[in-house]
Design a protein around this ligand. Structure first.
Ligand code: FAD
Ligand code: 2HG
Ligand code: ZN
Length: 525
């Protein structure tokens, strides 16, 4: 992992437009039926145990300007807009518990919010629910550099945890482009995948324990630091990926990984998409356990990244004739920990060089060329292209984001079919849909289909849905690989979950949250 690279996702500014409010909140009244709104009396109660700096509200006695609540009410894409009057920023689990207990008694809806970098509208209110921000809970509670177990407040920013672990030669087993803003509690609550799931696996494996405030205010202390604990149902798993619908995560115990002694990367330019799959096979064969990322981007999105200054563009001759690119990263020991069949020690960097040579010299080369990082600065610059794609797309327009699991060989087909469909609908032009692009995590069969539009409009959305969901279902894929369901996909859950599963999910929700106060209107239809 690169400690020298922080990418703070700036909020979309130029080029983004607000949805008409009525349209953005279609269905919200029904979703929130039966819940109360925050009143001045509620504020007076919260003020008994929270300092003024932990309360941000447009209500009296000391109203804050509405602009101060805007970053909490609007999501990163500027696609989903809430109307909350009040944000509370508790500092301790006890304060969270008191807030939730009060809201439970008063039947006030709560939206837990981390770094607000989510891409499915899960972290902002649908209407005027209370926003419970974890941003004041930023303490590392403990780190054991023998076991590698890190226990931290849920509000710790991912990058700050990486920085904390660096002197101990450990890393958080999760990395994503939003690391400068997203919080570990938000990562756990979305079960974020990211750029190195291929190497470190999902949070369902690396999270060892959680502390959660349940919807009635009870603190569920499952913050164990045990590698093994087979004592019945593994309750913490329910909260990983629950998107704040079952409780507020306040503490996380996670198994940090030893920092690799050396990391290297290369961007490979491919003449055609069909080469991605055989290339992945060959790269895995040659690099085996030192392979730590294999990321895909199509030509159009690469060009957008370059246009918007993400990373350092490759030389023109390197990109000529390329239909797509992959970024390959290796992480491992500096020296001879991995040996070739000949038993001659081969350092990791050299392995990547050898890979490049064999790929280029093959009778029918799978790649046109490759650009190998030869310094830490180049290493970061290559990663910045891949990590900057989301930001580049947001600078170009308003993106409809479909984060799907489909078989790897269908990545291009999904993008092409969507583009053709929009073309047939007469929506592929500068004033409607400008680009249809694909990028993602090859190792996880996770494609990010982005439809970049001049503006979010009901017409484009109607053309895309259920079209995209039906397409994904036809491949037996998932309509949400790693971003979650949030508010965006509640109506589409049935494309990836059968009625029995949805029914059990509803019963679990009801068991934990009978009054439906916890992140209402999210995940479940
Ligand atoms: P928020 O956006 O604040 O919240 C997300 C959801 O979790 C909401 O439903 C919220 O209610 C809930 N929540 C947050 N904190 C808590 C808590 N403490 N307790 C209970 N519920 C909580 N995602 C990936 O999976 N992989 C990527 O590679 C990736 N890259 C990204 C790159 C960029 C530039 C951006 C903008 C986003 C990216 N994302 C990615 C999406 C997003 O960053 C992740 O989903 C992240 O885990 C969200 O964390 P957050 O703290 O911002 O949560
Ligand atoms: C990524 O892999 C993130 O870069 C964001 O999951 C994907 O922007 C997107 O659609
Ligand atoms: Zn992703």
């Amino acid at each position: 992992m690169r400690h020298d690279h922080v990418q703070s996702p700036a909020r979309s500014s130029g080029g983004t437009r607000h949805l008409p409010r009525r349209w953005a909140h279609a269905g919200s009244a029904a979703a929130l039926r039966g819940l109360n709104t925050v009143t001045e009396e509620d504020l007076a109660h919260f003020a008994q145990f929270l300092p003024p700096t932990s309360i941000l509200s447009t209500l009296t006695p000391s109203p804050s300007p509405a602009e101060e609540l805007a970053p909490f009410n609007n999501d990163w894409m500027n696609k989903y807009h809430g109307k909350s009057t009040t944000v509370l920023k508790p500092r301790t689990t006890e304060e969270v518990s008191k807030i939730v207990k009060w809201c439970s008694q008063r039947r006030i809806g709560i939206v837990p919010q981390g770094g607000n970098t989510g891409l499915v509208g899960g972290g902002v209110p649908i209407n005027d629910e209370l926003i419970l921000s974890l941003s004041n809970m930023t303490k590392v509670r403990s780190f054991d550099d023998v076991s590698g177990i890190l226990v931290a407040d849920a509000g710790c920013i991912l990058q700050s945890l990486s920085d904390y672990l660096a002197p101990y030669h450990h890393i958080v087993p999760l990395d994503l482009g939003a690391k400068g803003s997203c919080q570990i509690g938000g990562n756990v609550s979305t079960n974020a995948g990211g750029l190195r799931l291929l190497r470190y696996g999902s949070l369902h494996g690396s999270v060892l324990g959680l502390e959660v405030v349940l919807p009635d205010g009870t603190v569920l202390d499952q913050l164990t630091s045990l590698r093994k604990d087979n004592t019945g149902y593994d309750l913490k798993q329910l909260f990983i990926g629950a998107e704040g619908t079952l409780g507020v995560v306040t503490g996380v115990s996670i198994l940090a990984a030893p920092a690799p002694q050396a990391s290297n990367n290369v961007i490979l330019a491919l003449p055609k998409f069909d080469n991605v799959q055989p290339l992945f096979k060959e790269v895995k064969r040659q690099l085996s356990e030192i392979l730590s990322a294999f990321e895909y981007m199509d030509r159009t999105v690469y060009d957008l990244a370059v246009k918007h200054g993400q990373g350092r563009a490759l030389d023109p001759q390197d990109v000529e004739g390329a239909e797509c690119f992959v970024l390959v990263e290796t992480s491992g020991g500096k020296r001879e920990h991995d040996e070739e069949a000949s038993h001659i020690p081969l350092p990791d960097a050299q392995k990547l060089n050898t890979l490049l040579e064999t790929l280029m010299e093959a009778d029918e080369p799978l790649i046109n060329t490759g650009v190998l990082a030869t310094s830490p600065a180049q290493f970061s610059a290559l990663w910045a292209i891949r990590e900057g794609l989301t930001e580049a797309v947001s600078k170009e327009g308003n993106a409809y984001k479909y984060d799907v699991s489909v078989p790897l060989d269908k990545f291009q087909e999904v993008v092409d079919k969507t583009r053709e469909h929009l073309q047939q609908k007469g929506l592929l032009h500068a004033d409607a849909v400008k680009y249809v692009v694909g990028y993602g995590h090859v190792g996880d069969s996770n494609l990010h289909l982005n439809i970049v539009a001049a503006a979010y409009t009901p017409e484009i959305e109607a053309a895309l849905e259920p079209f995209v969901y039906e397409l994904v279902a036809s491949y037996k894929g998932s309509i949400s690989a790693e971003h979650g369901i949030g508010y965006m996909k509640t109506h589409a859950l049935q494309y990836s979950k059968n009625p029995t599963s949805i029914d059990i999910m509803k019963r679990i929700k009801h068991l934990f949250d009978p009054h439906g106060i916890m992140n209402p209107g999210k995940v479940l239809p």
